[in-house]
Design a protein around this ligand. Structure first.
Ligand code: HEC
Ligand code: HEC
Length: 252
């Protein structure tokens, strides 16, 4: 047990030294498998509502325990970064929140609450994370994450970037594929409640685009209609292109 504790602690220190967590540095499924019972003093929204913030013992086996706590009066971000990764850059199956539009984050939190966003991972992880979130906390969290600087996941297939860019910018009128640029913007930075797509992870983008065609989240107008004409290889190309888009210089 002590050995495991030490290993986890040294892993955690190496993550801290390396900066934000990335999928390849930590098995996300292992993190998601951490059950409330196995985490001393764990205090995520799934287990019980909001503050006081999770305040681990020094010998906690939970790696994120070694991270600094956010300001005492700030939003309870640890309830989210627990899964979304340190600085909310995403972690494995869990998408990046950093730099996402505040209005979109708030809208999705509402969609998790009323179960209209019914994608399998949403039902598994997000439905339990939101019922105890008061609307003003949801807004504060949305605002907080939208202000964090996003980093591009850059994990798609580089060979498909040109095809993805062409589809994104111009669509394919003869195949009834609309251009994405008209809504998501020239740098895929989003606007209002239309989400930023630039630099989201390839696997997340691919999953989202596929799952509309599988019948999930049909309330997310107009995306169920938009994805209907996309083939598997076109989804691959779009997700690859977007994963490399680094829009830090673009307007927010
Ligand atoms: C137990 C793990 C877990 C926790 C805790 C968690 N999330 Fe999530 N979250 C996920 C997963 C997994 C998804 C992807 C759902 C999908 O694929 O549809 C997600 C998706 C989201 C999305 C949609 C992002 C997008 O681009 O559409 C938002 C917004 C979000 N979470 C916000 C939050 C906030 C705010 C908190 C803290 C209150 C939180 N999450 C806590 C696992 C988690
Ligand atoms: C007419 C406007 C419009 C067009 C055109 C459009 N989108 Fe969207 N897109 C939206 C809106 C609005 C949402 C948010 C839906 C919701 O969850 O309520 C969205 C959501 C998304 C998401 C989910 C992002 C996340 O964080 O989960 C992806 C991925 C996406 N769009 C990709 C595309 C691609 C690729 C194209 C081009 C083939 C495209 N969109 C064309 C308006 C549009």
């Amino acid at each position: 047990m002590k050995q495991i504790g030490l290993t986890v602690a040294s892993l955690a220190i190496s993550f801290l030294a390396a900066g934000p967590l990335h999928a390849q540095q930590l098995d996300p499924l292992a993190l998601l498998k951490v059950t409330p019972a196995s985490v001393p003093d764990h205090n995520c929204v799934i287990c019980r509502p909001a503050p006081p913030l999770y305040n681990p013992r020094p010998d906690s086996p939970y790696p994120l325990a070694l991270l600094p706590l956010p300001p005492a009066n700030g939003p309870p971000v640890k309830n989210c970064t627990f899964c979304h990764g340190v600085s909310a850059q995403g972690l494995g199956v869990v998408p990046r929140l950093a730099g996402q539009r505040a209005a979109y984050i708030e809208k999705e939190l509402g969609a998790f609450r009323n179960h209209s966003r019914d994608n399998p991972y949403s039902a598994l992880y997000m439905w339990n994370a939101v019922p105890n979130l008061p609307p003003e906390t949801a807004r504060a969290l949305a605002d907080y994450f939208s202000r964090e600087a996003p980093q591009a996941a850059a994990d798609g297939n580089r060979a498909l970037v040109d095809q993805g860019r062409a589809l994104y910018q111009a669509g394919e009128p003869q195949a009834n594929i609309v251009t994405c640029v008209v809504c998501h913007g020239p740098d895929a930075q989003g606007v209002g409640a239309i989400p930023r797509l630039a630099g989201l992870s390839y696997s997340y983008l691919k999953r989202r685009l596929e799952q509309w065609n599988q019948g999930y989240h049909q309330t997310a107008k107009p995306m169920p209609q938009v994805t209907r004409s996309l083939s598997a290889s076109e989804i691959d190309a779009l997700a690859s292109y977007l994963s490399f888009l680094d829009d830090r210089a673009a307007s927010r």
